[in-house]
Structure formats: structure tokens, C-alpha cells
Design a protein around this ligand. Structure first.
Ligand code: F2R
Ligand code: MG
Ligand code: MG
Length: 351
């Protein structure tokens, strides 16, 4: 549970920070999705321009990551908790209202089945994916930040809601546990006072300890029985190696942690980006650690919208809304609506 001494205004700022962080990571990362690597100097100019005082439309549009995050938040608010039919209905309606948001190649078949069966069994279509193995994509993880907010006072409820929300589209253990790791990371950030610097070692040890309870209960179809703990240990190793060094080994980060649409090779990467960006990074003339988190996430290439969105949610939940540049927000679609959602989530989670 969040520290009792944390004031309501700080908590409200953290709620807004988490959701606006997720939104901005998605909007700003989306133009680079699929690029192998993104030059740090190109990104420096890209962010400098967006932060400049002269606003020029058009918006950076959000993608499936934000569309589904909004559905999760709105379902929790309107149902007063997790309701599988309401959540599934919102995913389907949102997809058919605006299908051109860059959804995952296979997840759309779930929306089709849910619609054609009139939501008869909301769990079945996801179970059938990939010949019954279920999706291991990061589409579950990219949308879970509202669950960490809604359940911030009840860790076990958060784990329960997160697992169920994910299983509506992703039933592979790697897809589900990736979503749990992302949700736990946002929750840990929320709990930490923005005035106390992040202790990277403690933050990652806490994640390892919580993920060990989760991984001991599940058996993924991969060689290791503890794939997320293995990745988190790599996060620790890479932080030790790169923090304070004259040059980050980004190739090693991408080769070992990954930058793909698989949850196992993107969620730990997002955690790494957040932790690494707590201190300066060479070739990034950035004082603001929230901006540095997004800029660094995108520089790694690959699934840039999703990794930046997940890292942005973790970072925004720690630093709060005040750390997020107002000019950049004006370039991103859907900020006002997301702020309303953050405020509503805050109200319902306090009751
Ligand atoms: N889809 C994209 N990006 C592609 C390019 C979009 C382009 N910019 C555009 O605008 O069109 N991005 C979004 O998808 C990712 C989340 O995907 P999600 O929701 O997990 O989808 P899905 O279909 O379940 O899985 C994605 C792919 O992973 C592979 N896969 C998953 N499970 C598998 C399994 N058990 N066996 C084999 N392969 C498996 C498949 O290739 C799936 O298609 C985010 O990046 C979001 O931004
Ligand atoms: Mg996307
Ligand atoms: Mg993506």
C-alpha cells in the first residue's frame, strides 16, 4: 500500500503521470515502430522541437496501446472493478470504431470471434490462439497501467485483475506474466515518494522477489522455468555495467533484453529503460528523467511505441505529472481525455 504520509495531491499527480506517460510513450514512439535502431541525435532534435514554444499541428496519433489502455480504465471505472464481459465488449467496440490503430496481427481475430459469437464465452477466443498455446505478445502488458492505479491499495486484487484482463486476449504464460511484471513495476513506482531517488538495485530486487512468487506457480513453454527472473537479473547486470560508464552498450541491451513484440523481450526492457534513465546517458542532452526515459526507449528501436509506453507509465507513476513537458503534451492525441480518466480512476480507487 502507498505510504500513508503521501498527500492526495501527490497521488493524483502520480495517477496522471502514469497514464499520460503511457500515452506519450505510445504517441511519440509510434512513428519509429519497426525501425532497427533510432539515432540519438535524431531523437534529440525530435524532442527539442516538440518541446519548443511554437505549436504546430498535426497531432501524433496514439495506437492500439492507448486505445486498449483507455478501455481497461473505463471498464474498471464503470463496472466498479473487473467485469470480463464489459471489458471484452469495450475492446471489441473500440476496435470496430477505429481499426486502424496498428493492432497486433492476430489479436484482431479474437475481436472478430467475440463479435460473431455475441460475447457468449469471452475467454474462449483467446484460448484458441496459436493452436491453443495462446499469444505471448506484449499486447496484454501494454494496457495494464490503469489496473495498478485502480488497485493501488490492494496488491492481490491487482494481480487477480491483471491476470484476468490479460487472459481476454493473451493466455500464454509469457504474455500473462509479462503483463503482471509491467503492472507490478507501475505499482512499485506509485508507492515510491518522488522526493526519494530510485534505488535501482532495490527496485529490481523487489521485482525479482514478486516475480518469483508468480513464476513458481506457472510453467512456461520455454527452457527456463523462470524466464522473467532471468531477464530481470540481466537488467541488474546491464545497469551495473552501463550506469556511469562513458558509453552505453545499446547493442548488448537489445541483444540480451530484446526490443520485439514478445512480452518477454520487451517488458523487462521497459523496466531497464526507466531505471537506466534515472541518471544521465551519453548523447542525450536531457535533464528531465521522464523525457530521458522515452528518448532512450525509442533509441533502442523495434517495438518503440510499446516499450516507450510501458517505460513511460512506470516513469510517470514515479515522477508524477509535473515532470511531463506541457508543450509535448499538446502534440499528442487524447491528452485531455486521459487526464479525465486519471482523475476518475483516482476518485473510484479512493472509495
Ligand atoms: N502490431 C503492431 N505493430 C506492427 C506494425 C504496425 C504498423 N505500424 C501499422 O500501423 O500497421 N503493434 C502492436 O502490436 C503489439 C502487440 O501485439 P499483441 O496485441 O500482443 O498481438 P498478437 O497478435 O497477440 O501477437 C503479436 C504477434 O506475436 C507473435 N506471437 C504471439 N504469440 C505467439 C505464439 N504463441 N506463437 C507464435 N507467434 C506468436 C505473432 O507474430 C503475433 O502476430 C504492440 O507492439 C502494439 O503496438
Ligand atoms: Mg501500438
Ligand atoms: Mg508496438
Amino acid at each position: 500500500m502507498m505510504s500513508a504520509s503521501m498527500e492526495g495531491a501527490v497521488i493524483a499527480s502520480k495517477f496522471r503521470g502514469a497514464l499520460i506517460g503511457a500515452l506519450l510513450g505510445d504517441c511519440l514512439g509510434a512513428p519509429f515502430e519497426g525501425d532497427e535502431r533510432v539515432s540519438k541525435s535524431v531523437l534529440q532534435k525530435y524532442f527539442d522541437k516538440l518541446e519548443g514554444p511554437h505549436f504546430k499541428a498535426p497531432f501524433k496519433q496514439y495506437t492500439d496501446d492507448t486505445a486498449m489502455t483507455k478501455c481497461v480504465a473505463e471498464s474498471l471505472i464503470h463496472s466498479g472493478g473487473f467485469n470480463e464481459e464489459d471489458m471484452a465488449k469495450r475492446f471489441v467496440e473500440e476496435y470496430y470504431r477505429n481499426p486502424k490503430r496498428g493492432y497486433g496481427a492476430n489479436v484482431v481475430s479474437i475481436f472478430g470471434k467475440l463479435r460473431s459469437t455475441d460475447l457468449k464465452d469471452v475467454w474462449q477466443p483467446a484460448r484458441e490462439q496459436f493452436s491453443g498455446r495462446g499469444s505471448y505478445g506484449n499486447g496484454g502488458a501494454m494496457r495494464v497501467s490503469p489496473i495498478a492505479l485502480y488497485c493501488h491499495k490492494n496488491y492481490q486484487q491487482m494481480i487477480d485483475f491483471c491476470g484476468k484482463t490479460t487472459a481476454l486476449t493473451h493466455t500464454n504464460t509469457l504474455g500473462i506474466n509479462g503483463a503482471l511484471l509491467q503492472c507490478i513495476a507501475v505499482h512499485q513506482s506509485l508507492e515510491q515518494s518522488p522526493n526519494d531517488p530510485i534505488d535501482e538495485k532495490k527496485f529490481s530486487f523487489d521485482l525479482i522477489s514478486k516475480m518469483s512468487k508468480i513464476e513458481e506457480k506457472s510453467s512456461p513453454e520455454v527452457e527456463s522455468k523462470t524466464p522473467y527472473i532471468d531477464q530481470l537479473k540481466l537488467v541488474q547486470k546491464l545497469l551495473e555495467k552501463n550506469k556511469g560508464s562513458t558509453l552505453d552498450d545499446d547493442e548488448e541491451v537489445v541483444e540480451s533484453l530484446g526490443n520485439t513484440i514478445a512480452a518477454l523481450y520487451s517488458v523487462p526492457t521497459a523496466v531497464y529503460c526507466f531505471l537506466r534513465a534515472q541518471s544521465t546517458i551519453k548523447d542525450m542532452e536531457v535533464d528531465n528523467p521522464f523525457r530521458r526515459t522515452l528518448q532512450y526507449s525509442i533509441s533502442l528501436g523495434g517495438d518503440t511505441d510499446t516499450i516507450a509506453s510501458m517505460a513511460g507509465a512506470i516513469s510517470g507513476a514515479y515522477h508524477g505529472y509535473g515532470m511531463i513537458n506541457a508543450n509535448v503534451q499538446r502534440h499528442c492525441e487524447g491528452v485531455e481525455k486521459m487526464l479525465d480518466i486519471a482523475n476518475e480512476l483516482m476518485l473510484v480507487s479512493e472509495t
